[in-house]
Design a protein around this ligand. Structure first.
Ligand code: MN
Length: 451
């Protein structure tokens, strides 16, 4: 995979650095589960990678620019873009030699927090990484949070949701419709009250106990008091040991005015925010299973069951950002990176973010453009190996090529197996890359011999 898939716009301000970055991404994408020396194909290359991560001129933010520009270039021609935000923590607790790490949700764990915004088309195709930020929590501040609730949001971590939304608005062409999608962590008054540019919307899962104006006082009660508008069926993917199933959800919605937080200084001067609250709830879940129940708020117009249904389907696409973080963590094994400082680690993680994006891209590109050429994703040695393994095929399509790669990763490709997932594809790519390296070596040796 010697092409810069989804990374055509690398500009670290120096050609040598650009090439170095692309090489590291290539190496890691080819062998995401390997350690850096193994992935780099030797100690000299690994040292060059370490030097890259050590270079203060390379900012993690700049590394994230390349995927962002690619994302903007590869947006579908029309329709709204879902900007799906989520945070994940990278745990480096065992890495005692790494300086500058912060605490995680458990005070004894050490690591970095990474916040990503994935662009997803309205029909569920990931188009790129629109924003990435990372931070550490100073362990010296641990336990000094008695005043936490009263400090303005901007001073707290929750500012990341607002900053990412602003960065996305700035990155997209003016007037392009965008919907910020986020889970309950983003149930933040300041995010709701933040001025949005024209065509920019919010779709956020909230807690039912949020205060709203009116006799019902709580958002959960206000929306539950409204009439059921109908039902919708939602496919639930496999999660946390839950088998996939179709859930039938009753849909309710109501206009609400979200009140400013009462415990904040000067809250009386802050405005209520008008939003539509949606409740979808499973009334008869299978025995022994938790019913699905989501409270969402949105600035999108909701005037019918169909509007509410569309918002719920868009919210359900949020799992793609979790999929992306899953690839970053378990696919690229970023938590195994051994580097001396949190700054180096951050550059390495930013680089791996591009790798994870590329793996996710390949998976979905094969679904989006199944008839596209395999050259879009695989280099000549890789395609040659596939021909040797699977028999000659004049012009394999991208879909065929990705299925063949996935087979190397353990995909059985039986009827009913559907399309291969990210995990089997990266496993397959790793094997294919090793075979292609052997094939290239052999070819060179034969050429020498012929001379
Ligand atoms: Mn989350």
């Amino acid at each position: 995979m010697r092409q810069t898939l989804g990374l055509r716009h690398v500009d670290l301000g120096d050609d040598r650095l650009n090439r170095r970055f692309l090489k590291i991404v290539d190496d890691l994408a080819a062998a995401p589960e390997a350690g850096l020396p193994e992935a780099s194909g030797g100690w000299a290359a690994a040292k060059a990678a370490y030097r890259f991560f050590d270079n203060p001129a390379v900012e993690a933010g700049t590394i994230a620019d390349a995927p962002r520009r690619d994302a903007v270039e590869h947006l579908p021609p029309g329709g709204p873009i879902l900007a799906v935000q989520d945070t994940t923590s990278l745990d480096f607790t065992g890495h005692e030699a790494t300086e500058g790490l912060g605490y995680l949700d458990h005070p004894r764990r050490r690591g970095l927090l990474v916040h990503s915004t994935l662009a997803v088309s309205a029909d569920g195709v990931p188009c790129g990484l629109l924003d990435r930020r990372s931070w550490t929590r100073d362990p010296r501040r641990l336990g000094k949070s008695t005043d936490r609730r009263s400090r303005p949001t901007a001073e707290k971590e929750s500012a990341r949701w607002l900053e990412s939304a602003a960065a996305v608005e700035a990155a997209l062409p003016p007037g392009r419709e965008v919907v910020t999608v986020a889970d309950r962590e983003a149930d933040i008054y300041d995010l709701f009250a933040r001025p949005r540019r024209a065509g920019s919307h919010l779709l956020v899962r909230v807690k039912p106990r949020r205060g709203v104006r009116g006799p019902d006082r709580l958002l959960g009660d206000a929306v539950r008091a409204s009439a059921a508008r109908g039902t919708m069926a939602v496919e639930l993917g496999r999660a946390d040991g839950r088998p996939p199933r179709t859930a039938v959800l009753t849909v309710r919605y109501a206009a609400v005015a979200v009140k400013p937080p009462a415990n904040r200084k000067g809250a009386s001067g802050l405005p209520d925010v008008p939003l539509t609250a949606i409740l979808v709830e499973e009334e008869s879940p299978p025995e022994g299973q938790e019913p699905v129940r989501w409270w969402l708020v949105t600035t999108l117009p909701v005037r019918s069951l169909a509007d509410a249904e569309r918002a719920v389907r868009w919210y359900a696409l949020r799992w793609l950002v979790e999929r992306y973080h899953f690839v970053l963590k378990s696919g690229c094994r970023v938590e195994r990176l051994q580097l001396r400082t949190a700054g180096r680690l951050d550059r390495a993680v930013a680089t791996c973010s591009a790798v994870a994006w590329r793996l996710l891209w390949l998976t979905y590109e094969a679904r989006r453009h199944p008839e596209g050429p395999a050259e879009a994703a695989l280099g000549e040695p890789e395609r040659a190996v596939l021909r040797l393994l699977e028999g000659p095929d004049e012009d394999p399509t991208l879909k065929d090529a990705v299925r063949r790669v996935a087979k190397l990763g353990g995909f059985l490709g039986r009827k009913g197996d559907g399309e291969p997932g990210v995990k089997t594809i990266w496993r397959g790519l790793r094997r294919l890359e090793a075979m292609a390296a052997g094939y290239t070596l052999l070819l060179e040796a034969m050429k020498k011999h012929m001379r």
